[in-house]
Ligand binder design. Sequence first.
Ligand SMILES: C[S@@+](CC[C@H](N)C(=O)[O-])C[C@H]1O[C@@H](n2cnc3c(N)ncnc32)[C@H](O)[C@@H]1O
Length: 250
Amino acid sequence: MADGRVPGVRMSVSTAYCEAWEGFWRDTPEGPGAAIFDCDAELAAGTHLPLLQPFADATLPIVDIGCGTGTQTRYLAAHFNRAVGVDLSQEAVAHARRADAGKVAEFRQLNAADPAAVDELHNNLGDANVYMRAVVHQSEPSARPAIAAAVATLIGSRGRAFVVELLSRSKSVLAQAAQGPSGPPPKLASIFDHGLTPAEADDALIPELFRSLGLTVLASGETDLVMTEHRADGSRIDLPAQWMVLGRDG
Ligand SMILES: C[S@@+](CC[C@H](N)C(=O)[O-])C[C@H]1O[C@@H](n2cnc3c(N)ncnc32)[C@H](O)[C@@H]1O
């Protein structure tokens, strides 16, 4: 559509889901790496950017959907005209603003499953690139099509998206890591204690969500998402993931 909006997708996020994330972020201390997934940007966006750059126009802004503390957003800000981190959680946005001492990025509360809010952001920014790390895999099933539609809306015809999401076999990695004699290590325990459900999405569904909206998978592969938590033996808990670059042409 001319205004970039993807038709037929309705907002679908439960109050319980919103409260789970608000509670998680409220209980997460300040500082880099306090959340299990909040790894150093060199180990996340730093490895993803070279996969996106051959396809992306860096003069467009980049939107980091589900930005959390904004660690990755701040890294991306050095490589694009403008970087905007958006997150469902007000608490996450507050973390991100406090962490951005140099004010290199902008942060806003936004539910990516709310098409009206996404339209407004697209109207404000124009076509943008999108970075999305680990959002769909733990979203409620009913919200996943709307989040995919947010990516489609924000990129419009000129932007490109880099999406990286946990593969379902991450669940067994997490289950094993939780089985030590003292139970799950603390940052992993915080995920479970707040009722969050990692790696629940079907692996094939994720690229299909985007294809069904007319997007093309321009490149894809598998990688590990680096975590900040360790097992009792000191080894880091990294999680298998799939990545894809998305756009409107082939
Ligand atoms: C697993 S964390 C990943 C955070 C960040 N992308 C990173 O890699 O560190 C998922 C983030 O997505 C946010 N989130 C979940 N559902 C969302 C939605 N519908 N719209 C926007 N953000 C959402 C959560 O609040 C959380 O900060």
